[in-house]
Design a protein around this ligand. Structure first.
Ligand code: ATP
Ligand code: MG
Length: 239
């Protein structure tokens, strides 16, 4: 069953048609990759699904509910979390406080100690427990991406949207990250929709891949179907 579905989504910014009639569905419990050349509309699709943008037309259905046009905080409370391609943590706050802010949105009114415990658990899960007292502005890009993930997980999502979390990693780190993304599904039971330019990583971890090109769905299929598709090869070679 689809946990999230886009129906005929279009989004334009003034004269720019960033998405045109995009249909997609992500089954509960799956890891789905979203790929496509620069400017294909991947981040715009996330923004439209997660409530940052209202689509110009079309519908977003999450967990059986039409969430089209709902604000991001409401969508987040329903169980959808996302990371940002460009991370902007609260620089003057510690890592722990950054994660606590995310947890509070999901659990308003909960005692501080419980929020703190949850935040600590998430910093631990993403592998940066030792940074809890460090102000976020001191983190390097990779640490910021982990903090970003901890913040998303602290909202206790069913669906996690990841926007390019592997930039800047070396080959060995990419392997660890692939295992980590699998663990999000296998250990936390999350459904993952994942934008990534590191193709080898998406091919390993995702069971289905959606290819966007110039605001349209070029194709969707298994990794094997995608890498051998003539249209996909053309879209990438044309870059
Ligand atoms: N807020 C905005 N205002 C105007 N145009 C925008 C806005 N956001 C995105 N666009 C345009 O929409 C198109 C799709 O951009 P988007 O960021 O979704 O691509 P992307 O697939 O995520 O690319 P990348 O791989 O480089 O991150 C681009 O032409 C971009 O310039
Ligand atoms: Mg993008």
């Amino acid at each position: 069953m689809a946990l999230v579905e886009g129906r005929n989504i279009s989004k334009s910014f003034g004269g720019i048609q960033a998405l045109s009639e995009v249909d997609f569905a992500v089954d509960a419990g799956s890891i789905v990759g979203l790929i496509g050349p620069n400017g294909a509309g991947k981040t715009t699709l996330f923004n439209t699904v997660a409530g940052a943008f209202k689509p110009t037309s079309g519908q977003v259905v999450f967990d059986g509910v039409d969430i089209t046009g709902l604000p991001a905080t409401a969508v987040c409370r329903m169980g959808m979390a996302r990371t940002f391609q460009v991370c902007r943590p609260f620089g003057a706050m510690s890592c722990l406080e950054n994660v606590m802010v995310a947890a509070i949105n999901r659990r308003p009114g909960e005692p501080r100690a419980a929020i703190e415990r949850l935040a600590r658990e998430k910093l631990n899960f993403v592998g940066i427990p030792e940074l809890e007292g460090v102000e976020a502005r001191h983190l390097n890009v990779i640490q910021k991406k982990r903090l970003e993930l901890a913040r998303a997980l602290a909202t206790e999502p069913k669906l996690l949207l990841l926007d390019e979390v592997m930039g800047g990693l070396n080959t060995q780190e990419i392997q660890q990250a692939v295992a980590f993304i699998r663990s999000l599904r296998d250990e936390l039971g999350l459904t993952v929709l994942w934008i990534e330019h590191v193709m080898g990583a998406v091919m390993q971890a995702a069971e289905r891949i959606i290819v966007l090109d110039q605001g349209r769905v070029l194709m969707a299929g298994t990794p094997q179907e995608v890498v051998t598709d003539e249209r996909v090869i053309q879209a990438y070679l044309g870059e």
